[in-house]
Write a protein that binds this ligand. Structure first.
Ligand code: HEC
Length: 95
């Protein structure tokens, strides 16, 4: 019961933060969540500036074949996050 309450509190906090943080940080969070389970962010960050929107989208689709768990509806959002790294790498590539 206590564990469940904690989970609920964490979920609520997360939702609250998701509505408050600027979009850029949100993208960083999404990329960290979806793209660093199989490899480090360096795999992605070393490609920043070399891929256009179409190339990022193709990469994302390839990652789905490898086992990345995102819905078709999320592909475009993730792609935009990846495109945005070119002007704003720190949201994901700072560490
Ligand atoms: C299920 C495991 C998995 C997940 C999750 C995953 N990747 Fe990958 N990724 C791989 C594997 C395996 C390779 C190496 C094989 C290759 O290069 O195609 C790779 C290589 C890459 C590369 C280097 C090759 C290239 O296309 O330039 C990039 C960039 C990349 N991943 C981006 C991403 C992004 C962006 C995400 C999140 C949307 C992501 N990956 C999530 C498995 C994964």
């Amino acid at each position: 019961m206590k564990k469940r309450l904690t989970a609920l509190a964490v979920a609520t906090l997360f939702l609250l933060m998701a509505t408050l943080v600027p979009a850029g940080q949100d993208c960083g969070e999404r990329l960290r969540e979806k793209c660093t389970t199989c490899h480090y962010n360096t795999r992605i960050c070393e490609k920043v500036g070399t891929k256009n929107r179409r190339a990022w989208k193709n990469s994302t689709k390839r990652m789905i074949r490898y086992g990345l768990k995102i819905s078709n509806a999320e592909i475009d959002g993730i792609t935009e996050c990846l495109v945005s790294l070119e002007g704003n790498p720190d949201i994901f590539c700072a560490e």
